[in-house]
Design a protein around this ligand. Structure first.
Ligand code: SAM
Ligand code: SF4
Length: 474
């Protein structure tokens, strides 16, 4: 896509109007949350059909507590019936906090002189990855501020470095990226390094709210950011993650913006985004957030349920920004990926500091449990933790769609791969009690297979993991 390198304006008319504030507000104003309508919409989603923006608006306008409970119950049923009990685990790794932008909510913004700036050297990056591998991580998301130093070549180099680090049985099998928008050539460069998902959050889909909080640097340009993942598609990256930062504008508007963005991808590229993120603004170094649009816990949990029903085959990511009890609750409504053992201070994994220091990191996290503590809770509550990376490595893209629409896909691929990666974790990293609980879960899941041939193939692979083989998957 061609854009003006001075102003970053996008001359491509086709790209510009896909978020219309007028359209979104009209839909929200006209959506009547009548009981029968709400129930019919929930039933439509449970019947494995995606919701329209108008239908999503009806759910967003629902205020009756009984109906809200039905929305949450619907999301829970959809999640259980369609996706089963798997939760994919990952960890964030901050590579550098230099930033030329001035996002008012972020500790990294250029005007925050209290922030200590660091960029990991190659050796430091390797040390961080070794620590992460030692705790059992297999999937990372690398995070960068926006700065000329963090250009496509730099990002591609850091991705290659991460893939090369092997410690014991440890290795990182999927490196995702959360970094500033690039031009198409830049996206090509990072694709060649073998990235998984490329995430760019629009922060807010509302232009005026966007202009208010993005007061400096390239990020001021709403359109350049909105079309970032279109350039990624042009460069051949079809695995992309969208997101909004909740607390900058009306949360219902942002949900509509996210759904509109999904529709854009589906209509233009015939494939939706791989994941949606929906972080809420947290405390950060020298940040004073305007409280007008902050999202309450009740609204937040409701929103996750609505997103699940609206886009049943898009992965939903929840991070350690949220406290453990909120994470536990929204796992029920459809979150499919969480981080565990999270540290976001630069060099924090090898530094092993117990307290956060907001002047050396982006924001406050509210779940600082170790990966193993998170795994224990998941296993105790009947979830199946997964480090699976099979689909993207064998080229099965659009995996969430397949999970959703291909009968037997989860049973044939996702569940056994979750079990195999859990077994690796139990063998290599887990303390005795986690190991015992984990194998109990695996045995229970194995018993649920009635296809004897597949069951014996799976137990054979589980035995091979026990005897030291690694990276087995279906
Ligand atoms: N600098 C790149 C950019 O802005 O796209 C990389 C992303 S930034 C390091 C990761 C994300 O953190 C941002 O997109 C934003 O949504 C989120 N974020 C920033 N400040 C935050 C805060 N105070 N609380 C919660 N999330 C925040
Ligand atoms: Fe920089 Fe990203 Fe923070 Fe904005 S959100 S100040 S671009 S790191």
């Amino acid at each position: 896509m061609i854009y003006d390198p001075q102003t970053y304006a996008i001359p491509d008319e086709a790209m510009q109007p896909f978020i219309s504030e007028k359209e979104i507000w009209e839909m929200l104003e006209q959506a009547d949350a009548d009981t029968n309508k709400v129930r019919a919409i929930i039933a439509k989603s449970l019947n494995k059909q995606r919701l329209t923006m108008q239908e999503t608006a009806v759910l967003l306008n629902t205020t009756d507590p009984g109906l809200i409970a039905e929305i949450k119950e619907g999301a829970r049923t959809l999640k259980e019936q369609v996706y089963g009990n798997r939760i994919v685990l990952f960890a964030p790794l901050y590579v550098g906090n230099l930033c030329t932008n001035n996002c008012s909510y972020c500790g990294f913004r250029t005007s925050n002189h209290a922030q200590r700036r660091t960029t990991l050297s190659e050796e430091e990056l390797v040390s961080e990855v070794r620590m992460l591998e030692d705790s059992g991580q297999k999937r990372l998301i690398l995070v960068y501020g926006e700065h000329p130093k963090y250009n496509a070549d730099f990002i591609a180099d850091s991705v290659r470095t991460v893939y090369k680090v092997k410690k014991g049985n440890g290795e990182i099998r999927r490196v995702n990226i959360n970094a500033a928008p690039m031009d198409t050539d830049g996206f090509r460069t990072v694709k060649e390094a073998g990235i998984g998902t490329y995430q760019v959050f629009q922060e807010t889909y509302h232009r005026e709210a966007y202009a208010k909080v993005h007061q400096g640097g390239m990020k001021r340009n709403y359109d350049y950011r909105l079309t970032a993942l279109d350039r990624a598609q042009e460069a051949g990256i079809d695995d992309v993650g969208i997101g909004a930062l909740f607390g900058l504008y009306d949360w219902r508007f942002e949900v509509m913006g996210l759904i509109r963005h999904v529709n854009h991808f589906e209509s233009v590229y015939n494939v939706g985004p791989h994941t949606i993120s929906f972080p809420r603004i947290k405390k950060a170094s020298n940040v004073n957030v305007d409280p007008e649009y902050l999202v309450s816990d009740e609204e937040f949990t409701r929103m996750v349920a609505i997103l699940r029903l609206a886009v049943p085959y898009t992965g939903l990511i929840l991070t350690a920004r949220e406290p453990a009890h909120i994470r536990k609750e929204v796992l029920k409504y459809g979150v499919s990926q969480i981080d565990g053992g999270t540290r976001i201070e630069l060099k924090a994994y090898s530094g092993n500091k117990p307290q956060q220091d907001l002047d050396a990191e982006q924001f406050e996290i509210n779940d600082s449990r170790t990966l193993n503590e998170v795994m224990d809770e998941l296993i105790d509550t009947g979830y199946s933790p997964s480090f699976c990376t099979a689909c993207y490595r064998v080229g099965r893209t659009g995996e969430h769609f397949m999970e959703f629409s291909v009968p037997g896909f989860i049973k044939r691929y996702c569940t056994p791969n979750a079990m195999l990666t859990l077994a690796e974790y139990l063998e290599d990293y887990a303390p005795a009690d986690t190991r015992e609980a984990g194998y109990k879960l695996i045995d229970k899941q194995l018993k649920e297979y009635d296809d004897e041939r597949f069951k014996s193939m799976l137990s054979d692979r589980l035995e091979r993991v026990k005897t030291g083989e690694r990276d087995l998957y279906f």
